[in-house]
Design a binder for this molecule. Structure first.
Ligand SMILES: O=c1ccn([C@H]2C[C@H](O)[C@@H](COP(=O)(O)OP(=O)(O)OP(=O)(O)O)O2)c(=O)[nH]1
Ligand SMILES: [Mg+2]
Length: 144
């Protein structure tokens, strides 16, 4: 599918790094280096504004390599980009390690998955259909 994008700093656009990747790596668009201290969170700009078709969303997800090697996560993971959002896409990174983490412009900080979603209308009822699970949850089926 084709998605319209405004790329104000003419950065490298989000891209699939392998042929069948689900996520496109998103890059930081910065005027100066950002440092995340331990447990600090910052909104990191990408310089991108997009026009998703109706019925689609974009999910902003962490990169596992940054998470594993540097403890970098996304506070609101997965972030949701609504189809009607026209502002700049930003990524709310958090440093869950004990060391400072530096982000420079062009660094791949997160990944974006574009997905379809349903738009729901509610039908209020008094009873729901019966299932084997019923109300069981939170470990109801055991742990091993
Ligand atoms: O990681 C994110 C999450 C959201 N957004 C933008 C796009 C999204 O469409 C908008 C609103 O996000 P969300 O609905 O998650 O935030 P909210 O706290 O509910 O704010 P709002 O009242 O504006 O919906 O902010 C981002 O740029 N990055
Ligand atoms: Mg919202």
């Amino acid at each position: 599918m084709i998605i319209k994008v405004i790329n104000k700093s003419q950065n490298i656009l989000p891209a699939y790094e392998t042929a069948h990747a689900a996520g496109m790596d998103l890059r930081a668009d910065l005027e100066a280096t950002i440092t995340l201290k331990p447990l600090e969170r910052k909104l990191v700009p990408t310089g991108l504004h997009i026009e998703l078709p109706e019925g689609y969303e974009a999910q902003i997800r962490p990169r596992s390599g940054l998470a594993y090697k540097h403890g970098i996560g996304i506070v609101n993971s997965p972030g949701t980009i609504d189809a009607d959002y026209r502002g700049e896409i930003k990524v709310l990174l958090v440093n869950l390690s004990n060391d400072d983490f530096e982000i420079n412009t062009g660094d791949r900080i997160a990944q974006m998955v574009v997905a379809r979603h349903e738009t729901v209308q509610w039908e209020e009822v008094e009873l729901l259909n019966e299932t084997t699970r019923g109300a069981g949850g939170y470990g109801h089926t055991g742990h091993k």
